[in-house]
Design a protein around this ligand. Sequence first.
Ligand code: APR
Length: 291
Amino acid sequence: MNKFKCLKSTFSLLQVTIMAKRNLADYKTFNRVLEESKIIVALTGAGVSAESGIGTFRGPGGLWRTHRAVDLASPLAFRANPALVWEFYHWRREVAFAAHPNNGHIALAKYEKKCKEQGRSFTIITQNVDGLHRRAGSENIIELHGNLTKVICTKCKFIEVKENNPICEALRGRGDPSQKDADVPEIPLSELPKCSACGALARPYIVWFGESLDPDILDQARTLVETCDLFLVIGTSSVVYPAASFAPFVVERGKPVAEFNIDEEPASANFQFHFPGKCGSTLPKTLGIDI
Ligand code: APR
């Protein structure tokens, strides 16, 4: 963990060196690097699902009712009002379950298949919890922040997949973002989702603000970050740690990083390639995938 943390201090020095080597949207050079890479890792964020109609966290539409997502996605918020947090997650589940993978997800899945046929490795490390990479056909996926289909018991910590929608009857028709909290009767605790093992209150299996990532999952991600020879940063603002430390670590190792984002983010200046635009268009083009 320390080496990832200390990267922050060397970041600005690196920036000066790397900027001179930037090729930005150099498709030809990128294609050569891509084809020569044996271990490829793609870090994805909310931007990859934006074209599927799932709102990003820090862009417009990052509010649910009057709440910022970051104010509901916390253990503190759940302790204070589990019914409200469950309503928010019920709405997020409905949006995710109704969404379809877009051309960005599909290009990544098809490229993984191509790599497999060629004996190369391609893994997605995602911060997203919407399950769209798997539905697009990707198989090597590390879900850093959990998954909307899963719940974890607040008491015995049993983790289970619950794909039924609504997850419990009391949440049927709830979560409308246009309503006011005060106009919606609070769901009693006894009617919220329960653990199938011990019957206690279950909560979404999502890594919330202020919580640590599962150490095994983090180890798997770190091993890839330490060994990959190409790193793709797709649709993420790169502000949430530890995911935000991965690309700078790859830069530090002297390996190429390619960013796919509609905007330049603060970390962008350190990356060798930057492909501007919607990743539903830039990914099929750069990966050479016909959709
Ligand atoms: N194509 C490419 N990039 C896009 C697109 C698109 N179609 N649409 C938006 N983006 C970019 C934005 O410019 C922004 O950089 O996607 C990024 C989305 O950033 P955030 O909303 O901050 O999402 P993310 O980086 O995934 O957030 C990380 O923070 O709130 C927590 O746990 C949550 O996993 C989340 C984490």
